[in-house]
Design a protein around this ligand. Sequence first.
Ligand code: 4NP
Length: 151
Amino acid sequence: MINVTFVCLGNICRSPMAELIFKNMVKERGLELDFVITSCGTSDCEEGNPIYEPARRTLAAHGISGSHFARQLTLRDIKNNDYILVMDSSNLMDVLRLTCGGYGDKIFKLCSFTPRPRDVADPWYTRDFERAFADIYDGCKCFLDYIISRL
Ligand code: 4NP
């Protein structure tokens, strides 16, 4: 079993998008029994809130549905997961602050698995949810290819 949690700041846009995109991708490859997939936020500012409507609409436009309620990341989540996949450099610093620099071997930026490592552009500020979707989709696809290559 491979435990994966996606992490952003609020857990209402990017990381729940990544959770649902990756769940969908894993299902398409018939691997859903091999993964436990969740998402969390580094902040508690959106605790309990559903997926932000523009993010939900963007997922739906790509045929992806599902729900999620925001939850703040804890040290236990980091201990219990094999991969902590953050969206940007700011998330990475926040997570490493939580771990006092530990667990670095399982904390990665999602798009570090792609041929073009980069941050997922934060749609909260850009309002470009399609661009965030494309970055997250690319990151998830390359991460899944990496996992499959190691099976
Ligand atoms: P997320 O987006 O981290 O992708 O869920 C944000 C959600 C809320 C805020 C910023 C980004 N905020 O500042 O409240």
